[in-house]
Design a protein around this ligand. Structure first.
Ligand code: GRF
Length: 201
Protein backbone atom coordinates (compact mmCIF):
# COMPACT_ATOMS: atom_id res chain seq x y z
CA UNK A 1 0.00 0.00 0.00
CA UNK A 2 1.34 3.41 -0.99
CA UNK A 3 1.20 6.12 1.66
CA UNK A 4 1.44 9.88 1.56
CA UNK A 5 2.26 11.38 4.94
CA UNK A 6 1.39 14.99 5.73
CA UNK A 7 3.42 16.70 8.44
CA UNK A 8 4.06 20.15 9.87
CA UNK A 9 6.64 19.63 12.59
CA UNK A 10 8.76 17.16 14.49
CA UNK A 11 7.69 14.02 12.61
CA UNK A 12 7.86 11.49 15.42
CA UNK A 13 4.66 9.77 14.24
CA UNK A 14 6.01 9.67 10.71
CA UNK A 15 9.17 8.11 12.15
CA UNK A 16 7.03 5.56 14.02
CA UNK A 17 5.49 4.50 10.69
CA UNK A 18 8.94 4.09 9.15
CA UNK A 19 10.18 2.14 12.17
CA UNK A 20 7.19 -0.16 12.54
CA UNK A 21 8.21 -3.79 11.97
CA UNK A 22 4.56 -4.65 11.17
CA UNK A 23 4.44 -2.09 8.36
CA UNK A 24 7.88 -2.74 6.94
CA UNK A 25 6.81 -5.19 4.26
CA UNK A 26 3.34 -3.90 3.49
CA UNK A 27 3.49 -0.13 3.17
CA UNK A 28 5.69 2.27 1.30
CA UNK A 29 5.78 5.97 2.12
CA UNK A 30 5.91 7.37 -1.40
CA UNK A 31 5.81 11.07 -0.57
CA UNK A 32 5.79 13.48 2.36
CA UNK A 33 3.92 16.77 2.17
CA UNK A 34 4.23 19.75 4.48
CA UNK A 35 3.05 23.33 4.74
CA UNK A 36 6.44 24.14 6.27
CA UNK A 37 9.55 23.86 4.14
CA UNK A 38 11.90 23.74 7.14
CA UNK A 39 10.06 21.25 9.34
CA UNK A 40 12.22 18.56 10.99
CA UNK A 41 9.95 15.85 9.52
CA UNK A 42 11.26 16.75 6.05
CA UNK A 43 14.76 15.88 7.23
CA UNK A 44 13.53 12.45 8.27
CA UNK A 45 12.04 11.95 4.82
CA UNK A 46 15.19 13.12 3.06
CA UNK A 47 17.31 10.79 5.21
CA UNK A 48 15.14 7.94 3.89
CA UNK A 49 15.24 9.23 0.29
CA UNK A 50 11.50 9.87 0.33
CA UNK A 51 10.39 12.72 -1.96
CA UNK A 52 9.15 15.80 -0.10
CA UNK A 53 6.76 18.49 -1.28
CA UNK A 54 6.01 21.76 0.47
CA UNK A 55 2.39 22.51 -0.20
CA UNK A 56 0.57 25.80 0.16
CA UNK A 57 -0.06 29.19 -1.34
CA UNK A 58 3.51 30.48 -1.17
CA UNK A 59 5.40 30.92 -4.46
CA UNK A 60 7.48 27.88 -5.31
CA UNK A 61 5.27 25.60 -3.21
CA UNK A 62 3.11 22.87 -4.69
CA UNK A 63 -0.25 24.62 -4.99
CA UNK A 64 -3.30 22.94 -3.45
CA UNK A 65 -4.86 22.83 -6.92
CA UNK A 66 -2.01 20.56 -8.03
CA UNK A 67 -2.14 18.27 -5.00
CA UNK A 68 -4.57 15.78 -6.47
CA UNK A 69 -2.34 15.30 -9.53
CA UNK A 70 0.72 14.78 -7.35
CA UNK A 71 -1.07 12.16 -5.22
CA UNK A 72 -2.18 10.34 -8.37
CA UNK A 73 1.31 10.55 -9.85
CA UNK A 74 2.58 8.76 -6.73
CA UNK A 75 -0.24 6.21 -6.86
CA UNK A 76 -1.27 7.00 -3.29
CA UNK A 77 -3.71 4.61 -1.59
CA UNK A 78 -3.81 6.14 1.88
CA UNK A 79 -3.14 9.64 3.18
CA UNK A 80 -1.89 9.87 6.76
CA UNK A 81 -1.99 13.20 8.57
CA UNK A 82 0.71 13.00 11.23
CA UNK A 83 0.82 16.42 12.81
CA UNK A 84 -0.36 18.36 9.74
CA UNK A 85 -1.82 21.66 10.89
CA UNK A 86 -3.79 22.76 7.83
CA UNK A 87 -7.18 21.63 6.54
CA UNK A 88 -7.07 19.24 3.62
CA UNK A 89 -8.83 20.75 0.56
CA UNK A 90 -12.39 19.54 0.02
CA UNK A 91 -11.68 18.04 -3.40
CA UNK A 92 -9.06 15.74 -1.85
CA UNK A 93 -11.43 14.76 0.98
CA UNK A 94 -13.99 13.76 -1.64
CA UNK A 95 -11.53 11.94 -3.90
CA UNK A 96 -9.98 10.01 -1.00
CA UNK A 97 -13.14 9.31 0.99
CA UNK A 98 -12.32 6.87 3.84
CA UNK A 99 -8.69 6.93 2.73
CA UNK A 100 -7.43 9.85 4.83
CA UNK A 101 -6.68 9.37 8.51
CA UNK A 102 -5.42 11.71 11.21
CA UNK A 103 -3.88 11.20 14.62
CA UNK A 104 -4.94 13.52 17.41
CA UNK A 105 -3.32 13.66 20.88
CA UNK A 106 -6.51 13.54 22.96
CA UNK A 107 -9.72 11.56 23.27
CA UNK A 108 -12.00 13.05 20.63
CA UNK A 109 -14.63 14.41 20.41
CA UNK A 110 -13.26 16.34 23.41
CA UNK A 111 -10.27 18.64 23.09
CA UNK A 112 -10.31 18.87 19.29
CA UNK A 113 -11.02 21.50 16.67
CA UNK A 114 -9.34 24.61 15.35
CA UNK A 115 -6.38 25.71 17.49
CA UNK A 116 -6.27 22.40 19.33
CA UNK A 117 -2.78 21.23 18.43
CA UNK A 118 0.50 20.69 20.24
CA UNK A 119 0.65 21.79 23.84
CA UNK A 120 -2.69 23.66 23.49
CA UNK A 121 -4.41 20.29 23.63
CA UNK A 122 -2.53 19.06 26.67
CA UNK A 123 -2.95 22.38 28.50
CA UNK A 124 -6.69 22.16 27.96
CA UNK A 125 -6.78 18.57 29.18
CA UNK A 126 -4.63 19.43 32.22
CA UNK A 127 -6.79 22.43 33.14
CA UNK A 128 -9.99 20.43 32.67
CA UNK A 129 -9.03 18.20 35.64
CA UNK A 130 -9.66 15.09 33.49
CA UNK A 131 -8.16 11.88 34.86
CA UNK A 132 -7.68 10.27 31.47
CA UNK A 133 -6.44 11.47 28.13
CA UNK A 134 -5.27 9.50 25.15
CA UNK A 135 -4.78 9.27 21.42
CA UNK A 136 -7.38 9.10 18.64
CA UNK A 137 -7.06 8.01 15.04
CA UNK A 138 -9.99 9.07 12.88
CA UNK A 139 -11.06 9.42 9.29
CA UNK A 140 -10.68 12.96 8.03
CA UNK A 141 -13.64 15.01 6.94
CA UNK A 142 -14.00 18.65 5.99
CA UNK A 143 -13.49 20.14 9.46
CA UNK A 144 -10.79 19.73 12.11
CA UNK A 145 -10.99 16.56 14.23
CA UNK A 146 -14.64 15.72 13.54
CA UNK A 147 -14.31 12.62 11.34
CA UNK A 148 -15.47 9.16 12.33
CA UNK A 149 -13.28 7.65 15.03
CA UNK A 150 -11.34 4.50 14.08
CA UNK A 151 -9.39 3.76 17.26
CA UNK A 152 -8.52 5.29 20.59
CA UNK A 153 -6.09 4.54 23.38
CA UNK A 154 -6.68 5.85 26.88
CA UNK A 155 -3.85 7.09 29.07
CA UNK A 156 -4.10 7.45 32.83
CA UNK A 157 -3.12 11.00 33.77
CA UNK A 158 -4.46 11.00 37.32
CA UNK A 159 -0.97 11.56 38.76
CA UNK A 160 0.59 13.99 36.27
CA UNK A 161 1.99 17.30 37.41
CA UNK A 162 2.19 19.16 34.09
CA UNK A 163 0.72 19.32 30.57
CA UNK A 164 4.14 18.32 29.25
CA UNK A 165 3.90 15.08 31.18
CA UNK A 166 0.55 14.36 29.54
CA UNK A 167 2.10 15.08 26.15
CA UNK A 168 4.92 12.61 26.78
CA UNK A 169 2.60 9.84 27.95
CA UNK A 170 0.16 10.34 25.07
CA UNK A 171 2.86 10.56 22.40
CA UNK A 172 4.21 7.18 23.45
CA UNK A 173 0.78 5.66 22.78
CA UNK A 174 0.37 7.57 19.50
CA UNK A 175 3.46 5.84 18.17
CA UNK A 176 1.80 2.48 18.79
CA UNK A 177 -1.75 3.39 17.77
CA UNK A 178 -1.03 4.95 14.37
CA UNK A 179 0.96 2.01 12.92
CA UNK A 180 -1.63 -0.36 14.43
CA UNK A 181 -4.47 1.37 12.56
CA UNK A 182 -2.51 1.57 9.31
CA UNK A 183 -1.85 -2.16 9.54
CA UNK A 184 -5.58 -2.82 10.08
CA UNK A 185 -6.36 -0.74 6.99
CA UNK A 186 -3.78 -2.65 4.95
CA UNK A 187 -5.33 -5.92 6.10
CA UNK A 188 -8.81 -4.60 5.21
CA UNK A 189 -9.86 -5.13 8.80
CA UNK A 190 -11.43 -1.69 9.21
CA UNK A 191 -15.17 -1.74 8.57
CA UNK A 192 -17.25 1.42 8.52
CA UNK A 193 -20.88 0.86 9.36
CA UNK A 194 -22.80 4.12 9.32
CA UNK A 195 -21.13 6.29 11.94
CA UNK A 196 -19.22 3.52 13.69
CA UNK A 197 -15.98 1.75 12.80
CA UNK A 198 -15.25 -1.88 13.62
CA UNK A 199 -11.77 -3.33 13.76
CA UNK A 200 -11.73 -7.01 12.92
CA UNK A 201 -9.23 -9.21 14.76
C1 GRF B 1 1.06 14.59 17.50
O1 GRF B 1 0.82 14.76 18.86
C2 GRF B 1 -0.21 14.31 16.74
O2 GRF B 1 -1.16 13.64 17.49
C3 GRF B 1 -0.72 15.69 16.42
O3 GRF B 1 0.43 16.45 16.17
C4 GRF B 1 1.55 15.88 16.86
C5 GRF B 1 2.60 15.63 15.84
O4 GRF B 1 3.78 15.18 16.43
N1 GRF B 1 -1.68 15.69 15.35
P1 GRF B 1 4.91 14.57 15.52
O5 GRF B 1 5.25 15.63 14.47
O6 GRF B 1 4.39 13.33 14.90
O7 GRF B 1 6.06 14.32 16.42
Amino acid sequence: MNLAVFVSGRGSNFQAILDSPELKDCVKVKAVFSDKLDCPAFQIALAHSIPVYSVGKKPGYLQYSDLSGKLKENDIDLIVLAGFLKLIPENIIEEYESRIINIHPALLPSFGGSGMYGLNVHNAVYNSSAKVSGATVHFVDKTFDTGTIIAQKCVDISDVSSPEEIARRVLKEEHILLPFVIKKIVEKKVRRVENRVFLDP
